[in-house]
Design a protein around this ligand. Structure first.
Ligand SMILES: Nc1nc2c(ncn2[C@@H]2O[C@H](COP(=O)(O)OP(=O)(O)OP(=O)(O)O)[C@@H](O)[C@H]2O)c(=O)[nH]1
Ligand SMILES: [Mg+2]
Length: 476
């Protein structure tokens, strides 16, 4: 059995989000009235979402002759990214047409990363200053947080970046439509499918002309969106400061000590900041694949595949993977033909955002065992993607030891082959012990941001799912 270490208590703390949501004991009548109004609005949005989920379920039931594929797995495992790869393979023009609408997500990801770094410096900076004192007794003033000059440079950077960081919440509100989700972790911005249309924008071009709102889907529209124009300008001004902050020795130290944790997409976008901050920036397909936004509920995507020159409709269901979202999956189980379960095997040193005590690999294995044991799913074609292998390789190359987080890993060799095989063995074992029938488990090691390799795997998986589908249809 796989045993994981609990998270060190020093990293734990109260969830600041739920704390912030408590009404103040000094609330005035006016404040109480506005709070209650906001709560009514939140309930209205939540009811709308419930209605949408109900309608999706009804559509799901009506579409029995189509191939139905569920993408399951914990939050951040890569389900929506895999969905984008399906879209890229079967409907590349539609993903290309969406590129401009991802600009707001990329901007949000960048600014969220900057705030994460600034918060980390605020909370843990004192540790690094002491540490750097010991290591760099003779270093020069510039950029060295050991010296009064260096410390003030962090203070200056914080000041210069204040205006940019202040728009984080505005972007989050635009993306989520003001929707807040409980039980989903403290940093999440959640979206339902079709968010590109729902986050319609006021354009300067349309202002005062009584025109309908623009969809924000073309580069032109994004260029006219007041909020995006403002954020783009702030990014251009702050570009050098962002680079200085990212490369600051204090930040490097805190990242090494894991006091600041930058998610993979944050690192990706911060490293590309010069390109993103350029005038007229439009996200590339690679940016779209890296952009991170959490899925809420179950989003349906359809596409047509030519099998033996016959068009077959596929319905792909991309689910929200956070614990608070998993109850929405079950209604889609009874008619599913296939599941791709996505497990991020790079996450051995990470903990669930929604439950900071639980190791993410441990959670992924537990969830997989529930899927395997579910009677409604006993005949589905089951595919396992051991995902984020690129990040696993990177972490191991940087010297992160698996046994520090997964105690049962013991003294095994800390290289990619041993580590990936160890995780694979556990997933296969879980399937075997929860599989009274003879269902086959198809396993692939993937990095779903890598288009070339992922497309090959998708074609292989898709054709094998379709063969199983035809076989089942012949038996009915
Ligand atoms: N480097 C790397 N990044 C990945 C890989 N797979 C996914 N990501 C990134 O991980 C982040 C999370 O991926 P998503 O596809 O949004 O995760 P999800 O499973 O849909 O998450 P929820 O919607 O919250 O359930 C995105 O920024 C992706 O670009 C991978 O194999 N390698
Ligand atoms: Mg998703």
């Amino acid at each position: 059995m796989l045993r994981a270490n609990h998270r060190p208590p020093s990293i734990l703390g109260d969830d600041p989000f739920s704390h912030a949501l408590k009404p103040s004991p000094y609330e005035t009548d006016y404040e109480k009235h506005s709070r209650l109004e906001r709560e009514i609005e939140a309930k209205r949005i939540s009811d709308l979402i419930d209605d949408e989920i109900r309608r999706d379920k009804e559509r799901f039931k009506r579409s029995k002759q189509d191939v139905r594929l569920l993408l399951l797995g914990q939050a951040e495992s890569g389900k929506s990214t895999l969905q984008k790869q399906f879209q890229l393979l079967h409907s590349p023009a539609s993903l290309d047409a969406e590129r401009a609408s991802w600009k707001i997500v990329v901007f949000y990801n960048v600014i969220h990363a900057i705030r994460t770094i600034l918060d980390g410096l605020e909370n843990w900076g004192h540790l690094v200053y002491q540490n750097l004192n010991q290591h760099w007794p003779n270093s020069s003033e510039e950029g060295d947080p050991n010296t009064p000059g260096g410390r003030s440079s962090i203070t200056q950077l914080r000041l210069k970046l204040t205006a940019l960081v202040a728009v984080e919440q505005v972007l989050a509100d635009r993306l989520s439509g003001g929707l807040k989700i409980t039980g989903g972790g403290k940093n999440g911005v959640y979206v339902r499918s079709g968010w590109q249309v729902r986050t319609q924008i006021h354009t300067t071009r349309n202002k005062g002309k009584g025109k309908a709102r623009s969809t924000g889907n073309t580069p032109d529209d994004a260029d006219q969106d007041e909020l995006l124009v403002d954020v783009a300008r702030k990014l251009q001004i702050a570009r050098d400061d962002i680079v200085s902050l990212r490369n600051h020795p204090a930040v490097t130290k805190l990242l090494e000590k894991k006091k600041i944790r930058l998610e993979e997409w944050s690192e990706f976008f911060l490293d590309q900041i010069n390109r993103i901050a350029e005038r007229g920036y439009v996200p590339t397909i690679d940016d779209v694949l890296h952009a991170r936004i959490q899925t809420i509920g179950v989003a349906e995507h359809t596409f047509v595949v030519q099998h033996n020159s016959r068009p077959v409709q596929w319905r792909l269901y991309d689910v929200g993977g956070a614990r608070g979202q998993r109850h929405t999956w079950a209604p889609f189980f009874d008619d599913a033909n296939a599941i791709i379960y996505v497990a991020p095997i790079s996450a051995f040193d990470q903990y669930l955002e929604e439950d900071p005590l639980t190791n993410r690999i441990e959670d992924s294995i537990q969830l997989f065992s529930q899927i395997c044991a579910n009677k409604l799913l006993k005949n589905v074609h089951l595919v396992l993607f051991l995902n984020k292998t690129d990040l696993l390789r990177k972490k191991l190359a940087q010297g992160t030891r698996v046994s520090k987080y997964i105690t049962s890993y013991g003294k095994r060799s800390n290289d990619y082959e041993h580590v990936s095989n160890y995780f694979k063995t556990h997933f296969v074992q879980v399937h075997r012990s929860n599989n009274p029938g003879q269902r086959v488990l198809y396993v692939h090691q993937t990095s779903v941001v890598d288009t070339k390799t992922t497309q090959t795997v998708i074609i292989n998986v898709r054709d094998s799912i379709f063969r199983g589908y035809l076989k089942d249809a012949a038996l009915v």
